[in-house]
Design a protein around this ligand. Sequence first.
Ligand SMILES: [Zn+2]
Length: 497
Amino acid sequence: MVKKWQYTFLLAFIFPVLLQGRTTVNVKQTNLDPGVEIPVHELHGYPWISASEFLLNLSEDPLSDTTSRAAHGRLGGHMVTIHGGSAFIHLDVSTYHLPAPVERYGHELLVPLYEWIRFLHTRIYPDLTFSPERRTLILEPESYSIRDIVIQNFKNGSTLRIETTRLFQEQDINIWEGRNGWLYCTIYGATGDTIQLNRTYDSGILRGIIPIQSGETFQLSIRLRNAISGYDFYIDPETRSIHINLRKPSSLTASERTLEASEKWLIDTIVLDAGHGGRDPGALGADGTREKDITLDITLRLGRMLERELGTHVVYTRKTDVFIPLHQRPKIANNANGKLFISIHCNSHDNRRVSGSETFLLAPRLTEEAIKIAETENQVIRLEENQEIYEKITNEQYILAAMAQSAFVKESEDLAALVEKNYIRNLKTTSRGVKQAGFYVLLGASMPSILTEVSFISNKTDLQKLKRASYRQKVAESLFQAIKDFKEKHEKDIPNH
Ligand SMILES: [Zn+2]
């Protein structure tokens, strides 16, 4: 704030030069307000604002009144009165001393522009901003919801990260490809400083970005360098940023392809998905223990171990108690270029005697049985806002997505088997085995993916165990060992590794 004012007063000496006789300053209540033009006159070599016009146009109630002798109006809830020839501004019951008396100028009452701004700033509008170059005064600027745009380039494309101050929803965002190499993105309800954001974004696939504020919508017109093979976006609820991924068409050389193939096989990024969260508590124990708390605790324990002991990069779909829609979870995994996706849950059964662990992979066909098994974990969809996303998943689409997964069926099965093996060894519980089911959370993840049901929260003995930190640690250790075994086995086959 201090710097801004130094800058402003420095420009105070330049402003008269810009002034040619009578001009105006555009005064806006907020950023989005079109504003009103208030006259500014040059007098004694300085710009003077028509304070009477200011009060007449910006007063908050119709009490404002001006004569050639006095003017008053309500600004920011304060009663402001000025008198021609007097250096005192009356503010409610107090006074503010101007360095020069108010000048009468025809029917207007003038105050030195910068003294008027100083008065408004110190007494009424602490956040006001004034741009001398643009001759714009904003009395109550709202903070922009778009903070910054950052470009990251990858071998297979570029990511545009839009940093925001509030969490936007998917339905606020619209992206479409235009003609002649343009891509457009609109964010409804967002505001951004289009001057500050209008920088050079010439990097990777991008040639440039033009930010536009159009009413309540913030738009980015993205100029592409070359054709893209596709794009998608997701919202990271933790950082509140919007990620737009632009994919390059693949035109790799044979050696690049080999390199890429071997990199593809390195288990260097593991995506951990703590089941449920936020308004979705998951299954509940008889004493109110919530599945979402247990799954998060195990996930964080496992993640720490993987980072510390295996040195792998760990990506979490959530690290706190937040709600993440099911369909977002595999997206997060794909965007992170994950090599394994592990969704952690606790089981529940109407028959409270049922106990033990079971681990699933996505069924290649959406059979009735597969749907039935996944019913409980899919239930969360009822809590989600865009339920239609799932209704749109027809049998064919499911099969297509499952086929993409089927490239990893063997790996998913291996991993699931290793998980159950380690549970038996460390937890000494009943293993209900490896199964296939139609879990939405596994749908669309292009990597080996499993969903593990650690124990039954509906069973008294299992619940008592789940509530013990030492048991949750053992669960995390079992999963860690399974991942470690899987990683070692699969990386052994990579050439030149
Ligand atoms: Zn669950």
